[in-house]
Design a protein around this ligand. Structure first.
Ligand SMILES: N[C@@H](CCC(=O)N[C@@H](CS)C(=O)NCC(=O)O)C(=O)O
Length: 292
């Protein structure tokens, strides 16, 4: 008979065991595998990696986490959802430090291999799971369009979307006061500039950023745009082109999955109200530096 024994890490040893001359078979069989004398003629015939699913460390309040989550779900990529609450400071825990020393989510583990950065994770999944071409097209120029957006967005919108969320939702809760008006005005101006760039430079009159089909660029863009929306800023008002694109992206992803991924953040204003602000004091130095 064949026994599978985990020996640590991602490995499993298959033992082919001849039990015919093991006398206390019935009573002892279920005892620990360390009773080696029970298996006199055992033989290791193979050492094979066990197919463990990816581990994704996520907090769906975070935009890059939502893109990774939606991408994996949409493409039926099996993964273990490792809930990592930023509000509770899970990213500062010892265990998480071993997964991502940058202490940011999302983070990914595939066996012994750990990866940070949402874009790198999705590209890893594209390669490993051979996802449909439209996500990251093989065509040179279509891929370059996707890359163009992915390269721009780090500095072009990430901070601007996040800032509105922090200014409206987090700062008053943690600091007990509002961000000064001039800083708020600057943040609104920066966000408007980013949205204009998405409409006029990246979308133009195309259905999606890379052309006729949805790609990683649209996914990474939409999650970012929903961050200020979750803070009560109606980014789609007066922007019919952006709004129609949002509807297309939501439809392509699937409204159910899209809404499920955004449910938490869309309810964040209410959730944050109920939090104990003394538990959020760790954020104070960063907020002070950024807004005051
Ligand atoms: N460039 C990174 C950004 C990761 C990032 O900034 N994550 C934020 C949440 S959106 C985080 O984990 N922050 C935790 C902290 O700064 O303590 C990516 O795309 O994965």
């Amino acid at each position: 008979m064949r026994l599978n024994v985990f020996v640590g890490g991602p490995y499993l040893v298959s033992l082919w065991v001849d039990l015919t001359n093991v006398w206390p078979l019935k009573s002892c069989f279920l005892k620990s595998a360390s009773h080696r004398s029970l298996f006199p003629r055992s033989q290791v015939v193979e050492l094979q990696p066990v197919k463990m699913p990816l581990e994704l460390y996520l907090d769906l309040f975070s935009q890059p986490c939502r893109s990774v989550y939606i991408f994996a779900k949409k493409n039926n990529i099996p993964f273990d959802f490792k809930q990592t609450s930023l509000m509770l400071g899970d990213q500062h825990g010892e265990e998480f430090g071993k997964i991502n020393m940058m202490r940011k989510v999302p983070a990914m583990r595939d066996g012994e291999f750990c990866l940070s950065e949402s874009i790198a994770m999705m590209m890893y999944m594209v390669e490993k799971f051979k996802t449909p071409d439209h996500w990251y097209p093989a065509d040179l120029q279509k891929r370059a369009r996707v890359n163009e957006y992915l390269a721009w967005q780090h500095g072009g919108i990430r901070m601007h979307g996040s800032k509105m969320f922090w200014i409206t939702v987090m700062v008053p809760k943690i600091m007990g006061k509002e961000v000064p008006q001039d800083k708020r005005d600057d943040a609104v101006e920066d966000l408007n500039g980013s949205l204009k760039m998405i409409e006029e430079k990246f979308l133009q009159d195309k259905p999606f950023i890379a052309g006729d089909q949805i790609s990683l660029a649209d996914l990474v863009a939409i999650v970012e745009i929903f961050q200020p929306l979750a803070a009560g800023v109606d980014v789609f008002e007066g922007r019919p082109k952006l709004s129609a694109w949002k509807d297309r992206v939501r439809q392509k992803i699937g409204p159910e999955l899209f809404d499920e991924a955004h449910k938490g953040v869309m309810g964040a204003m209410e959730v944050v109200k109920t939090l104990d602000s003394s538990k959020l004091q760790g954020f104070k130095p960063r907020i002070q530096k950024m807004f005051f």
